[in-house]
Design a protein around this ligand. Structure first.
Ligand code: ADP
Ligand code: MG
Length: 482
């Protein structure tokens, strides 16, 4: 039956949408995903045209400007039958509507100007599971969102890569006057910006409970501002900022391209600075590199202190794992900590997520305490996805470069020490950094698995005996993690 075929098709695309969502979430980060993409749902699909439902017109515009190309690209790759994607405004009663919701079918029922359901962003624009979302309050009282009680200075592990940002944050939190304004924190995702901002807020709250501290994401700022515009209530919106002592706006990169909100932010920002209030901003890039942000705002953002957090190094990852293990109340053997710190190098959120899974597993299944074996097992999927990022080809290339030989030589049958040693090191690193099996590794070097096994043992021995070789290998490993 043709109808049935379409249904099956629809089911398939709905399934694909789930996968696309997972990918988008990794690409854009949880915050942006929750705010802009989670509320979308799959509608009908026919003649190559996919309808995606969006709860409000404002969101529709935003999604089209910022995400539609990407969505289309990913989807087309997955399913060439998708020729184009339509974003259709479809108000929904259910604020928790998620990616798997399929209730959006009737496209005739467009409600173009309907206000957004009160708490459509509830699903965590702030990524705080416990957070009671303080919805925009028509009388204009509430601006800030609750702070995560775990995000304190005490819980922040300091290392080489974040010590400057940490010191700057502490300075702002502890000073009676304003040491620099604004403090601008930037880094890649999951490296501790939000944590530091909350820590500043907690600290100031403790010292001076009377201070009005407002922490919100740039998205929330925009959302509230756009709502105020819709309700013709911008005066109340502005009024809310007048009594603010400390304003923190997280992830301002999301303000890119939204002219009217930028303008508003610029004025709010200037007037607060002029009145001597502290401002703290975070973004994923330095002020000068922010895209879609007006140049005068960019230069204003950079006129205080700019502090960046670098990607983590191995030691910091170990430190953080220890700290989190304490928090999660779990026993973490050194070997497992080292293994995780070696494998999961992208960001702290992922590292933490891995440990959380291990801890939950250990707690739920008594007798399954954390070990290298349970780790490999529990985190199988996650580790596999890391392996995809670390390929043996890359390892060969890096090691060959380092020892000044060619990859061809590395794969050749030559046995001269100058070639054989780097080859063994590359095999060892392939074993350490990927979860490829010995035969799989062997094939990449045109060898069998016993040769790889021998190489791994040999390098393990050499590392103990030869300090400079150990250092070489360590720097290769680090180079690989960058
Ligand atoms: P960002 O805002 O830069 O994306 P977050 O502040 O949300 O990153 O940090 C992601 C996770 O990593 C949080 O759970 C946070 O507590 C944790 N984290 C980041 N840096 C540290 C650190 N130095 N010590 C302890 N935990 C950290
Ligand atoms: Mg953040």
């Amino acid at each position: 039956m043709p109808g049935e075929a379409i249904m099956n098709n629809e089911d398939a695309v709905r399934n694909e949408w789930g996968q696309i969502c997972s990918q988008l979430k990794t690409e854009v980060g949880e915050k942006a995903f929750n705010s802009w993409l989670r509320p979308l749902s799959v509608g009908s699909f026919s003649n190559g045209i996919m309808n995606i439902c969006v709860p409000t017109r404002f969101m529709r515009n935003w999604v089209i400007t910022n995400y539609s190309d990407r969505i289309h690209k990913i989807w087309e790759k997955k399913n060439p039958a998708i020729k184009s994607i339509n974003f259709v405004v479809q108000a929904t009663e259910d604020p928790t509507i998620g990616v798997h919701n399929s209730s959006c079918r009737s496209f005739m029922k467009k409600i173009p100007n309907s206000p957004a359901p009160q708490n459509i962003y509830q699903s965590g624009a702030d990524n705080l599971p416990f957070a009671e979302y303080t919805a925009f309050n028509e009388s204009g009282q509430s601006l800030s969102v609750p702070l995560n009680p775990q995000y304190t200075f005490d819980n922040f592990v300091v290392g080489k890569t974040n010590e400057f940002a940490y010191a700057a944050a502490r300075k702002v939190a502890e000073s009676d006057n304003i040491p620099f304004n604004p403090l601008f924190l930037y880094s890649g995702v999951g490296l501790g910006k939000t944590h530091l901002m909350h820590a500043i807020a907690w600290h100031i709250k403790q010292r001076s409970p009377e201070k009005n501290i407002v922490y919100l994401s740039a998205e929330k700022f925009m959302y509230k501002f756009v709502r105020a515009l819709r309700y013709k209530d911008t005066a109340a919106f502005k009024e809310q900022f007048r009594s603010v002592d400390v304003l923190m706006v997280d992830d301002v990169q999301f303000m890119g391209g939204k002219d009217s909100t930028q303008e508003e932010f610029f004025y709010t920002f200037n007037s607060l600075i002029e009145e001597g209030r502290q401002i703290i901003i975070s973004a994923d890039k330095s002020p000068s590199d922010l895209e879609g942000i007006e140049s005068r705002l960019r230069s204003r953002l950079g006129c205080g202190l700019v502090a960046d957090i670098h990607p983590t190094d191995f030691d910091l990852r170990i430190g953080i794992l220890r700290e989190k293990a304490k928090q999660f109340n779990c026993e973490l053997p050194d070997k497992v900590a080292e293994f995780l710190a070696q494998k999961i190098t992208t960001n702290i959120r992922e590292l933490e997520g891995a440990l959380r899974r291990l801890a939950a597993h250990a707690q739920l299944l008594p007798g399954k305490e954390i070990s290298l074996e349970t780790t490999q097992d529990v985190l199988k999927d996650m580790l596999r996805s890391y392996d995809r990022r670390t390929t043996i080809d890359e390892i060969q290339k890096k090691v060959a470069e380092y020892f000044n030989i060619s990859v061809k030589e590395m794969q050749s049958s030559r046995r001269a020490r100058t070639v054989a040693r780097p080859r063994q090191i590359a095999m060892y690193l392939a074993k350490q950094l990927t979860s490829r099996s010995l035969p799989e590794i062997g094939r990449k070097f045109d060898r069998d698995h016993t040769t790889v096994m021998h190489a791994v043992r040999k390098v393990e021995e050499l590392i103990v005996e030869d300090k400079s070789l150990a250092e070489n290998i360590d720097s290769l490993r680090r180079a690989h993690e960058e």
